[in-house]
Design a protein around this ligand. Sequence first.
Ligand SMILES: [Zn+2]
Length: 289
Amino acid sequence: MSSSRLTQAAYQSFPGGPLEVDRAFYDAVAQCTSAGSAKLIQEFVLPIRSGRAWEIQAGNVCRIITPEGPQQVGDLNLWHLHNPKERFWAARTRQLQRAHVSVYDRLWSTLPYLRSMCTITGDSLSDYGVDKEGGRVHDLLGTRCDPYVNKMLSGKYFDYHCHSNLVRAIEPYGLQESDVHDVLNVFQSTGLNDKDQYFMKTCPAVAGSYFEFFAEIDLLCALSTCPGGDLSKAMWGEGSEGEDPNMDPTLECCRPLKVEVWELPEESLKDWKHFTAEKYEGSHGLPKV
Ligand SMILES: [Zn+2]
């Protein structure tokens, strides 16, 4: 009996199918930002334990960087800029792509939309692969840290978890706590242990590590610099955090992240195939009105 056949990916990509990616196009996109033909149109540094939201137009490229190193994890949320009900769907992306994403993987949106929101075009940690403990980088297995689980597990209040950082980040855009959703943990190394339990390892990013994606639709993005920093110290339990965010032992693990948005030369977009797929237009078995 072939185990490879039994464990092959449930969702298969095939030539001409909806999951196929035009690698030559995205290679050319990556070349634009690395070779200097793209124009930097926005950049900012996200301080430690903070959140910020920003807009990206379809066809632009966004790069998230660890400018100071050695490590820092970032928690990323995405919405369709003009309809925040359409937002990043981590679980379906995990199935359609994989549990740790890299170049050519797409990040998919929620129902009833289900389309590619962006395609990953650059990842300086793409050679990380799988380490000896089974850890891989850019995590979709887990989600953001939050003050509710922190209070439950440690009994302490803390207002600068990724969930809260994202809540503050999107407030100027008229969004609220319920709009925050499961994240892509950029630069975060995770896996499942032999008891099938989630583990997090120290982030492998170094100064200048980057993760880059091409916006397939107009996006509102929000990023949090995780208060766990590089996750080299436990975030939960006794002694892991103080009530004062400036007085806890994980603070020394925290570093800023940098965000850049790049506009590509118009001619580089001429072969861009906008995502299209068969669309469900049924009524879920209910009478059509
Ligand atoms: Zn976090």
